[in-house]
Design a binder for this molecule. Structure first.
Ligand code: HEM
Length: 392
């Protein structure tokens, strides 16, 4: 075990690192080349793992690497996202009732509505000859999809967009907490409405959840609300960010854009490649006890970042990892995680990303960045992506 005083130390704000798109991923490539693991002296400090194999091992050792917190700079969260912040064996008991609503079979039922949403959103701006992609499209589709799946009014989609953007990146911590409260209050009202006059539990997720069981008893109100919060926040910003990266790439790499347009069958593989090369999120874990992890002297309650955003570009696992190959195969990335907590919404996200990419390129096959704009990213977040095209 390395003595703590001899451990490599860095100070880098990975979640907000500013620069042109890709700055975060290049910084992580450099950090991986220099360190298998290091201590990041940000906030209270946390360990960072950089290699694919180590990260997957940590994901798959929940008895040591706990989900009590999954944000590296927030070791004692006030919120309690469910089932995210639970550990085995109780974790699966909270997750199991949700699973059938997000299975590949269930997702089939949502495809028609996602396709119609895409058409309607694009109709709204296509004749303008350009749009700011994040607000005009990438915000809209996930929020409409969420309202559809939860049988909420479509008119409430802007509320979800606004809350997700207030929480995004914790730019203003007080406002982020307030946005979480707002969304919780919204769901309190919605659940009260369902209790007063429920829909069919076979087709309405919320009515079903009111009767769902965990460990032989119904979910209590806090558990229901914490589950709904996870679904809302887990589905909005992630999918938006994934769409934004792939669109930024295609707007700036005409040969890849033309490939997607001329051969749409490549889209599923392209989506996996974008998720691998521009991974949306990394996840943290909290140490249950002291451990010597490949020489790293981790202590009980330390936070550890399992840097998915470094793992999926590890040259030990992926050939030519910094280059996009739309037909990459195999492509065993872990952008959706690598543990029992693996993304519950991965089938939904993949379907949504596929429909979005197909519809966009059918309607707007030729587009590029708006003239004179310099795109800036903060960590894995691109806030604005102005595009231009020549109309129908
Ligand atoms: C491109 C889009 C998405 C990405 C990259 C993504 C990524 C992830 C990752 C990495 C995890 C694992 C967390 C961990 O190990 O601690 C996760 C969990 C989760 N995701 Fe996603 N996600 C996406 C979309 C969605 C969508 C659309 C939903 C909506 C249902 C969703 C719901 C969830 C839930 C509920 C969990 C917690 C699962 C558990 O703890 O058992 N995600 N996601």
């Amino acid at each position: 075990m390395t003595d703590i005083s001899e451990c490599p130390v860095e100070q880098v704000d990975l979640s907000r690192l500013p620069g042109p798109p890709g700055t975060l991923f290049e910084a992580l490539d450099d950090l991986r080349a220099r360190h298998r693991w290091f201590r990041n002296e940000i906030a209270q400090g946390y360990w960072v793992l950089t290699r694919f194999d180590d990260i997957r091992e940590a994901f798959q050792t929940p008895e040591v690497f706990s989900n009590r917190s999954i944000v590296p700079v927030d070791p004692n969260p006030e919120y309690r996202f469910m089932p995210s912040l639970t550990d085995p064996p109780i974790h699966m008991k909270y997750r199991a009732p949700l699973a059938r609503w997000f299975s590949p079979q269930s997702i089939e039922k949502y495809k028609q509505s996602m396709t119609e949403s895409c058409e309607a959103i694009i109709d709204g701006f296509i004749d303008d000859g350009g749009a700011e992609f994040c607000s005009a499209f990438a915000d809209q589709l996930p929020a409409r999809t969420l309202t559809h799946i939860l049988h909420l009014p479509l008119a409430d989609a802007p509320f979800f967009i606004s809350c997700a953007n207030r929480i995004r990146g914790h730019v203003n911590a007080d406002d982020a907490v307030a946005a979480m409260r707002d969304i919780k209050a919204y769901f309190v009202d919605v659940l009260a409405g369902r209790r007063a006059g429920g829909l069919d539990p076979d087709t309405d997720f919320l009515t079903y959840m009111l009767g769902a069981q965990v460990d032989g008893r119904p979910f209590n109100d806090d558990e229901l609300l914490d589950t709904l919060m996870t679904l809302a926040f887990g589905s909005l910003d992630t999918t938006k960010t994934a769409m934004t990266w792939s669109t930024w790439h295609l707007a700036t790499h005409p040969a890849d854009r033309e490939w997607v347009v001329s051969e749409p069958a490549i889209i599923p593989s392209a989506i996996e490649e974008f998720l691998r090369a521009y991974p949306v999120v990394s996840m943290a874990r909290k140490l249950n006890h002291d451990v010597d992890f490949h020489g790293c002297p981790m202590k009980k309650d330390d936070m550890v970042l399992l840097t998915i955003q470094a793992a999926t570009r590890d040259p030990e696992v992926f050939d030519d990892p910094a280059t996009i190959h739309l037909d990459r195969s195999p492509n065993r990335h872990i952008a959706f995680g690598a543990s029992e907590h693996r993304c519950l919404g991965s089938h939904l996200a993949r379907a949504e990303l596929k429909i979005a990419m197909e519809k966009w390129h059918q309607r707007i096959p030729v587009y590029r960045l708006a003239d004179g704009v310099e795109i800036e990213a903060h960590g894995s977040h691109i806030a604005e992506l102005p595009l231009t095209w020549s109309g129908r």
